[in-house]
Ligand binder design. Structure first.
Ligand SMILES: Nc1ncnc2c1ncn2[C@@H]1O[C@H](COP(=O)(O)OP(=O)(O)OP(=O)(O)O)[C@@H](O)[C@H]1O
Length: 389
């Protein structure tokens, strides 16, 4: 606890121990001191004369959040405090409930489907589940089914024997085999084409796979955890996804709330990312300015945690001062038009990509053709703008 917190001292403390909770005692009605302290990363402020009840509540809350993070991180196998590289960072009850569910499921054999919008942390949660499961010592292998062309997906998942097709110059085990004894995370499961869904179902029923060109089944002990941002129930109803596979894959569906529905998490994560990336990317940066904090609070985060992470990384690079501003974050308010050429171009790019994706119903090849770019360029654009097919 610091009296009349010195922002530089707070920033230095957090730099050394990013998970520290700094509580600052400010002179009565001194908004400027409080704002500077919070901007430098203070956890909370308390005014003189100190109200013991209020202080006790602040300290208790700090301990609670710290304990939740430590538990989440330990379950993820990191054994570090929250803020460690592998930890899921959250203080929102909506998300801590999700973490508790995932930790509980991890110890069992039930199949899990993580459903949530892009960038909400589905892969991180799958990793958390793996690390909290008895398979933690085995491999965690992740594959994004939407990013791999249909023709290659079978070989990626099931592997192939030498000579199975032109170019198969050596035998290659697939991802399911690579994850034997561990967990295979199938992201965007809704993008697996129907013929491959049959093969996946067979694996889940028989725990055996056949490589392309293979002559015998191979027994493989791999746990599948999958995720999607699509409405699989609707896909089942429309005949685009096999119902029998759905029930095999999704005994439990865990819905991950969007960042906008996790009060307080955007700021917590923003500070976490500043503490994580600034020392490497721009050590002069020590924290967030008051206008950046307000902008982070006000933003809707349609791209969720990934958007936040990318904005913070970009801001760390762009920042001229010790504190990141809302301009560094490139967060324009409400319906304001973008003023910089870069922002205007980004807005135009996003609009064109979204419209093309809507016209082709998410078909990557057709979208790339419509936009007049190559598929790899389109993938790069989708990644950098946090867009999904
Ligand atoms: N709660 C969190 N704490 C810390 N980092 C997080 C958290 N949630 C997400 N991240 C980070 O945000 C980025 C995006 O998360 P992740 O890839 O898990 O999202 P996703 O839902 O799988 O996205 P997509 O559906 O687009 O594949 C990653 O760098 C991840 O480490």
């Amino acid at each position: 606890m610091l009296e009349a917190g010195d922002p530089e001292l707070i920033a230095a403390l957090l730099q050394a121990r990013p998970t520290l909770r700094v509580i600052v005692i400010c002179p009565a009605r001194s908004c400027a001191v409080a704002q500077a302290a919070v901007a430098a990363g203070a956890w909370d402020v308390c005014y003189l004369p100190v109200d013991p009840l209020a202080l006790r509540q602040i300290v208790a809350r700090a301990f609670n959040v710290h304990a939740l993070h430590a538990a989440a991180s330990a379950a993820a196998g990191g054994g570090e405090e929250a803020g460690g590289d592998s930890g899921v960072i959250t203080a929102a009850p909506e998300m801590t409930q999700v973490l508790r569910t995932v930790s509980r499921i991890a110890r069992t054999d039930v199949s899990v489907l993580l459903s949530g919008a892009s960038g909400t942390g589905k892969e991180l949660l799958a990793l958390h589940l793996h690390a909290a499961s008895p398979r933690a010592k085995g491999a965690f292998v992740a594959i994004n089914c939407a990013a791999i062309p249909d023709t290659l997906l079978e070989s990626e998942l099931f592997g192939h024997e030498k000579g199975a097709f032109t170019g198969a110059i050596r035998t290659m085990p697939g991802k399911i085999e690579q994850a034997a004894g561990g967990t295979l995370f199938l992201d965007e499961i809704g993008d697996v084409p129907l013929p491959l869904q049959v093969k996946l179902l067979r694996f889940l029923q028989e725990h055996a796979i056949e490589r392309i060109g293979g002559r015998r089944p191979i027994l493989v002990d791999t746990r599948i955890v999958c995720a999607t941002h699509r409405d699989i129930d609707q896909m089942v109803a429309d005949g685009q996804f096999r119902e029998d596979l759905y029930y095999r894959l999704a005994q439990i569906v865990v819905a991950i709330p969007p960042l906008a529905k996790r009060p307080g998490d955007a700021l917590l994560l923003a500070r976490h990312f500043v503490a994580k990336f600034a020392p490497v990317m721009n050590p002069a940066v020590r924290g967030l300015a008051a206008d950046a904090i307000a902008a982070i609070d006000a933003h809707d985060w349609p791209g969720n945690v990934r958007e936040l992470e990318n904005r913070i990384k970009r801001a760390i690079i762009m920042a001229d001062a010790r504190l990141i501003t809302s301009a560094d974050l490139d967060l324009v308010k409400g319906a304001e038009r973008p003023t910089s050429l870069r922002a205007a171009r980004e807005a135009a790019d996003r609009g064109a990509i979204r419209r093309a994706l809507a016209r082709t119903e998410g078909n990557i090849s057709q979208t790339a053709r419509l936009l007049g770019v190559s598929r790899p360029t389109l993938y790069d654009l989708l990644k950098s703008y946090d867009l999904h097919a």
